[in-house]
Write a new protein. Structure first.
Ligand SMILES: N[C@@H](CCC(=O)N[C@@H](CS)C(=O)NCC(=O)O)C(=O)O
Length: 223
């Protein structure tokens, strides 16, 4: 979603391929909030543009701005969006539900992103595409850690259909981009096939309009 500059419209700085940028865009889309995406490529030669470090001193994506209010760190951004804009609430109604959502988001950030995205997807798919060989030891270790993540998330899920209860929340929107990458790796696909509840959760997420609108690769469909 790009267009003429309207300062009351939120701006997301980042790249469409990024897991965390996609989460912010998913939250905006689920709330029906128009926004601008300003492309910042942190993996390009030389890293992020130096002026971007004013927005994000750690040089990661995304960064966010709304009405002159600048923010970075996905968790802070998505909670701000959820509270600030109309549209369906993306946090559970009860304190126990909200605690579970936070727990799931910490699991995703601290354990799933490094093991499922970097350890499995990048090691098995992205690396070889860029001419780096898969390290079987690293891949094996990441598969073990990914299994632990899948088990933990499945336990939190109870009967679903979403990660925390009966409607999508911020945890689903953080998880879906990570799982989308994971499923593109042969090992990821195999591990998901062993987890029918998470597999059908992902299938439910993939057909949401917000996921379709933010799709960046044709590889994420059909497997
Ligand atoms: N803690 C940050 C993590 C963001 C993050 O790691 N983004 C990745 C792209 S998905 C990135 O910028 N990586 C650049 C790097 O590792 O140098 C957040 O929640 O926003």
């Amino acid at each position: 979603m790009t267009g003429p500059v309207d300062m009351s419209q939120p701006t997301v700085f980042g790249a469409a391929y990024s897991v965390y940028v996609r989460t912010v865009r998913l939250v905006l889309a689920e709330k029906n909030v128009p926004y601008r995406l300003v492309e910042i490529d942190v993996f390009g030669e030389g890293g992020p543009p130096p002026e971007y470090l004013m927005r994000h001193p750690f040089g990661r994506i995304p960064a966010f701005e709304h009405d002159g209010f600048r923010l970075y760190e996905t968790d802070a951004i998505v909670r701000y969006i959820d509270e600030t804009f109309d549209g369906p609430s993306l946090v559970p109604d009860t304190s126990k539900g909200r605690a579970r959502m936070t727990q799931a988001m910490r699991i995703l950030d601290c354990y799933a992103y490094p093991s499922m995205v970097w350890g499995v997807y990048v090691e098995q798919v992205d690396g070889p595409q860029e001419g780096r060989e898969t390290d079987p030891v690293k891949l094996d270790e990441a598969i073990g850690r990914s299994r632990t993540c899948l088990t933990a998330l499945e336990r939190l899920m109870d009967d679903g259909p979403f990660l925390v209860g009966s409607r999508p929340c911020l945890a689903d929107l953080l998880a879906a981009p990570m799982f989308t990458y994971f499923r593109m790796a042969p090992q990821g696909q195999q591990l998901l096939a062993e987890r029918p509840r998470l597999k059908s959760w992902l299938e439910r997420m993939l057909v949401r309009p917000s996921m379709i609108e933010t799709r960046w690769s044709n590889d994420e469909v059909g497997s």
